[in-house]
Design a protein around this ligand. Structure first.
Ligand code: B1M
Length: 647
């Protein structure tokens, strides 16, 4: 059985000779250049002067043939080339501390020269756009530029016929939701789904047209050789979907269906769909629109337990990924723990085919080669089908111990979901004190609904009527944002609703700020916050900052990618009570320890409480690095900051 037959059999939900293994078959199942270099050394493969880069943005390696042979990699990527008219030019000089470039979508990407692992977005071309004309006039890339298709058909034939490997056909670019978020910027994209929907859907449809134009040429060109076709869209975070499932079903799913139908009408290839995070809730929707394969199967996210996924969706969905918990044992465990985890995933996902083994997402820069080989060796040992193989354990077999990263889910009580009416408040008598005036209830409702203009208008009216700025905060913004936080924690609100509300609250705070300064009103406390060096994930950190502001804290936001010395400087300059550190990556969480130590060395540690949060950290980790507190989400962060202030 060659690799192509092995993969095709698994995709048909049948058992091949062994579970197919993917390293380097897609830009989402490969390995960071640093980890690749270490692995080559560890395996005694020749040092390469230049490691080929398969994807500049993520800095992932081309897996060379000697490595492919050694590890028996079954999958190979056949991707379009870049257009004939566009070439990435990296500028090493114009931005202090960074090297950067613009891609053909006019998105700016940069990487710190010192210690950077990836290129990250810093400039979003449609961030300032207000009209649909901007979208119409935007210089979009040409999806059918002949340069993209040069040699594509021949490469596909060669891979399938000469190499006997499956053809995994790459798309034009990322998914339409992702590209909309990247061209608009995350900070605008999510609220736009609530408050600027017409503009946003126009943008999404424009991007879809480009994608379809590409598939229109690529699919017939590759023809019968295409085994798998890739699409993507990051729809979830650690704890659940990033957008409300109803919003997904109303505005995103029909568009996904349009793309999948278009592809299915032109090829028999299976559709591979990448979405990070906790997507369980919409897996039935993905099946319905025609997705055959999901990746990366983020087994440590909520609801993504591997055995349950297989039980519930294994007949229709192939799992491509999920071989090892990359947010836990793969990076920080021992090889023995990796073995146990991998063996368990083989048992969970392997039976009856429908499983292509790959780490969850690209192997990150700091994964030790010993752990990579422990993953691979375990797959060799237990990944064969047939007698004594996958799912056929000898009598007395004890399933591997579970090493899932502990996930803290909020236990906050459910809230009524709306403000009490003045009558209801009055009926409660002394129990709740005075009822909010009608105007404040309107202000709260507007904030909760993410309507910035009416929220700000109500705040202005309150000031005109003689209310002081402090009471606009304490009786308007704070109660509204408390409800918003609770709705987010109880999964009634998702990122778009939460960010729209936070922007409305921010609008009010902007008009209050000069008045508060003039009246010398004291904030509840001051927080310096930032995402740690090397980490560009700032959506969660921004939410935490907005919620803290909404709760009356003064927030000094240092942004993403913040080194230790910048935190020290900010503490000296702003004298905060709390310093907040956020990290989403297992490669950057250790930076928190560096920062805590740096505060100690600089003699400012005793002046502040350190609060940490983000998907890469936990309460145990906070204890371990000597932080004072951990919060799992934005609402909890406000409570924790208050608690730390009170101590
Ligand atoms: Co990236 N990414 N990403 N990503 N990304 C993750 C984190 C990942 C888990 C996906 C996966 O494996 N399937 C993975 C990390 C794996 C690991 O560490 N082992 C990953 C990776 C690998 C990467 C890249 C390397 C490659 C890639 O492109 N995927 C690259 C690295 C970039 C870099 O940082 N240098 C990268 C890039 C990106 C985008 C730029 C595309 C985008 C970020 C955009 C941005 O933030 N401006 C992105 C996204 C969106 C994600 C996922 C899908 C979602 C993250 C998110 O925004 N969640 C994520 C999957 C996941 O989380 N499972 C993933 C929503 C947000 C509201 O939640 O940030 O957790 P969160 O914040 C919460 C809480 O954590 C908490 O409160 C917030 C609100 O409730 N919290 C705090 C956060 N900070 C806090 C601080 C506190 C207290 C609470 O006190 C101070």
């Amino acid at each position: 059985m060659n690799s192509r037959q092995r993969v095709i059999t698994a995709l048909q939900h049948k058992e091949p000779d062994r579970i197919p293994f993917d390293l380097g078959g897609t830009v989402l199942t490969s390995i960071h250049v640093n980890a690749y270099r270490n692995l080559r050394r560890y395996l005694g493969l020749p040092e390469l002067e230049n490691i080929g880069v398969m994807d500049v943005f993520q800095q992932i390696a081309v897996v060379d043939d000697d490595m492919r042979l050694k590890l028996g990699c079954d999958c190979r990527n056949v991707a379009p080339r870049s257009s004939a008219t566009f070439k990435i030019v990296v500028d090493e000089d114009s931005m202090p501390g960074y090297r950067f470039f613009y891609d053909e979508w006019r998105i700016g990407w940069r990487m710190p020269k010192d210690g950077g692992f990836y290129y990250d977005m810093f400039d979003h071309p449609l961030a300032g756009s207000t009209s649909i004309d901007d979208i119409k006039q935007f210089p979009w890339p040409d999806p059918v530029d002949p340069g993209r298709f040069t040699g594509l058909a021949e490469r596909a034939r060669y891979v399938a016929e000469e190499l006997g490997e499956p053809v995994i056909l790459g798309g034009l670019a990322a998914g339409f939701v992702e590209l909309a978020a990247w061209t608009r910027g995350f900070a605008r994209f999510y609220p736009d789904l609530v408050t600027n929907l017409e503009w946003m859907t126009y943008l999404m449809d424009t991007i879809i047209d480009l994608k379809l134009a590409y598939w229109e040429i690529a699919l017939p060109m590759v023809g019968q050789y295409a085994d798998v076709v890739q699409e993507a869209d990051d729809l979830a975070g650690q704890f659940g979907l990033l957008i409300n499932p109803e919003t997904y079903r109303k505005h995103i799913k029909p568009r996904h269906k349009k793309i999948m139908d278009f592809i299915k009408a032109r090829t028999d290839a299976k559709i591979f769909f990448h979405s990070c995070g906790a997507i369980r809730e919409i897996i039935p929707d993905l099946i319905e629109v025609g997705v055959d394969i999901i990746n990366p199967v983020q087994v440590s996210a909520v609801g993504m337990e591997s055995a349950a996924l297989k039980r519930d969706f294994g007949k229709e969905m192939t799992f491509w990924g999920g071989l090892v918990d990359t947010q836990g044992v793969f990076t920080s465990g021992t090889p023995a723990q990796v073995r146990e985890d991998v063996r368990r995933r083989i048992d969970d996902l392997g039976p009856e085919g429908g499983f292509i083994a790959a780490a969850v997402h690209n192997i990150q820069a700091n994964v030790p080669p010993e752990n990579i080989m422990a993953m691979w060796e375990t797959l060799q040992e237990f990944g064969a089908y047939g007698k004594g193989g996958v799912g056929q354990r000898p009598a007395g077999y004890v399933p591997a111990e579970r090493h899932d990263k502990p996930v803290v889910v909020s236990t906050a009580a459910a809230v009524p979901g709306r403000m009490l009416t003045p009558e209801e408040v009055a009926a409660m008598g002394d129990a709740v004190g005075e009822a909010y005036p009608e105007l404040f209830l309107d202000m709260q409702d507007a904030i909760i609904a993410g309507q910035r203009a009416p929220a700000v208008a109500a705040a202005k009216q309150a000031l005109d009527e003689g209310y002081d700025p402090q009471s606009v905060i304490s009786d308007g913004v704070v109660p509204a944002m408390t409800i918003v936080g609770e709705k987010f924690e109880t999964a009634e609100f998702f990122l778009p609703e939460m960010m729209a509300a936070a922007l409305a609250a921010r609008g009010i705070l902007e008009i209050l700020r000069p008045r508060l300064a003039a009246s010398h009103a004291e904030p509840v406390g001051r927080v310096v916050i930032g995402t740690v060096k090397g980490d560009l994930h700032d959506i969660g950190k921004n939410l935490v900052a907005m919620m803290l502001e909404g709760a009356g804290f003064e927030v000094v936001d240092l942004g993403p990618d913040v080194p230790a010395d910048k935190f020290v400087k900010a503490i000296r300059e702003h004298q905060p009570s709390v310093v907040g550190l956020s990290a989403l990556l297992t490669t950057t969480a250790p930076m928190m320890r560096v920062i805590v130590n740096a505060l100690q060395e600089a003699g400012v540690r005793d002046q502040v409480k350190v609060m940490v949060g983000g998907a890469a950290v936990s309460a145990e980790f906070a204890d371990e690095i000597g932080a004072d507190g951990y919060a799992p989400d934005a609402g909890a962060a406000v409570r924790k900051a208050r608690e730390l202030m009170a101590v």
